[in-house]
Design a protein around this ligand. Structure first.
Ligand code: SAH
Ligand code: SF4
Length: 393
């Protein structure tokens, strides 16, 4: 348990019940407060019109209010919005809204354009995607990518957050608060559909806050995201993968940043591999209580000259044999602090071919919104100055 008192945005309905009952409030006030915050996205106690003045004052005194404030929004040509957010202590993080490209309904197109965000491809989903919408207003499904830390302690060599190092963990209210804000900032006709923990930071290094934010985002009285539409991405913290699996019964979608198929290469790119080497990680994936017909996403950032050799792809095919996975290849987005970069398109295609021929579903993801800034964490490192980059694909 966190020793600091829980921020009001971080409280679950049952926790509101306990704290408000102790203050002599009516029993349904707990649900009302949770609804205001998580269903309606209202964080200003003054606007919570069906609560007593006394309760509104109490909520304000407890610090209820905005936890993240948009400082800048970079809108890219493809509709992606990168939001630079300021936290109450002045630190900045980023979150990204990724609308499914127009013409969605074509699964191939979705697969080509889903960026690091992984629009799941269960069969029932595909059917739903293609279902006629009747007279309903057309809507665009949006995936939001959120951060869990300011910076990151894992030190991956190709990652802007890793190079920056860990400044601090986010609280659960700051993690869930990004989604409350993102939902409020959707364009007309858009619907928040998926959330991916793929922004700044290592979610499982901040396990308690991440787990609580998952409970908040998927709570039926709140935003009510489906657990299978929420993906936690990790660099491979083995004990916490097991914990996540146990705490949520395997319902939360899992993405693993693998990036190599042998320990030497992986340790070079990702220092965490020295603590939890590949065999341990693969064992943790086998043990994850994944529901039937669901798959773990393997993320593989291709870095020229480091992990892009076809021999590495063959080893990867062998390593993953028997695991229910889909593979996303992401050509590395160049970062300021490193001379590492992406391989050429032919090399990417050759890598993909090996995996496809070995029977894996394997897609090349381009990072969207590249015309406004590059990979995770870079917006912050650039001091919010948009940097024009050529899209990789
Ligand atoms: N810490 C978690 C989640 C955040 S990083 C993790 O590592 O999984 C989300 C994804 O972005 C990871 O797969 C990471 O490897 C990838 N990534 C980070 N920097 C990148 C870059 N410069 N180019 C391409 N992918 C990058
Ligand atoms: Fe941290 Fe993920 Fe970046 Fe590695 S890739 S430094 S784990 S944010």
């Amino acid at each position: 348990m966190r020793s600091a008192p829980l921020h009001p945005v971080a409280r679950l309905p049952e926790e509101w019940s306990a704290s408000l009952a102790a203050r002599g409030e009516r029993s349904f006030a707990a649900k009302q407060v949770f609804h205001w915050i998580h269903r309606r996205g209202v964080l200003d106690p003054g606007a919570m019109t069906n609560l007593s003045a006394r309760l509104r004052e109490h909520l304000a005194a407890e610090g209820l209010g905005d936890v993240v404030t948009p400082e800048r929004v970079h809108r890219s040509e493809d509709g992606t919005r990168k939001l630079l957010l300021r936290l109450r202590d002045g630190a900045t993080i980023e979150t990204v809204l990724l609308p499914a490209v127009s013409g969605a309904g074509s699964r191939a197109q979705l697969d080509a354009d889903a960026a690091a965000a992984d629009l799941d491809d269960d069969e029932d989903d595909a059917a739903e995607e293609n279902a006629p919408e009747g007279n309903a207003a057309p809507h665009v499904r949006v995936t939001q990518c959120i951060s869990t830390q300011v910076g990151c302690a894992m030190g991956c060599t190709f990652c802007a957050s890793g190079v920056a190092g860990l400044k601090r963990h986010l609280g659960p209210e700051e993690i869930a608060g990004q989604v409350l804000l993102g939902r409020a900032m959707l364009d007309e006709g858009e619907e928040l559909r998926n959330v991916v923990y793929m922004g700044m930071g290592e979610p499982l290094h901040n396990y308690e806050a991440t787990a609580r934010s998952l409970r908040l985002l998927t709570h039926p009285e709140g935003i009510n995201l489906s657990t299978r539409r929420v993906t936690v991405s990790t660099s491979g913290l083995v004990p916490e993968i097991a914990r996540l699996g146990a705490d949520f019964g395997g319902q939360i979608a899992l993405a693993i940043s693998l990036h190599a198929s042998d320990n030497e290469t992986r340790s070079r790119l990702m220092p965490i591999n020295r603590k939890h080497p590949l065999d341990e990680l693969i064992e943790a994936l086998r043990a994850y209580p994944l529901p039937r017909r669901r798959r773990i996403t393997i993320e593989y950032t291709l870095v020229a000259g480091q992990n892009d050799d076809p021999a590495e792809a063959r080893r990867l095919a062998k390593l993953l044999r028997g695991l229910p996975v889909k593979i996303n290849l992401i050509p590395m987005n160049p970062i300021e602090a490193s001379s590492l970069g992406p391989p050429g398109l032919e090399r990417v295609a050759a890598f993909q071919d090996v995996l496809t021929q070995a029977g894996y579903s394997c897609f090349v993801r381009r990072r969207r919104g590249d015309d406004v800034s590059a990979a995770c964490g870079q917006l912050v490192l650039l001091g919010a100055k948009p940097k024009v980059r050529r899209a990789l694909a």
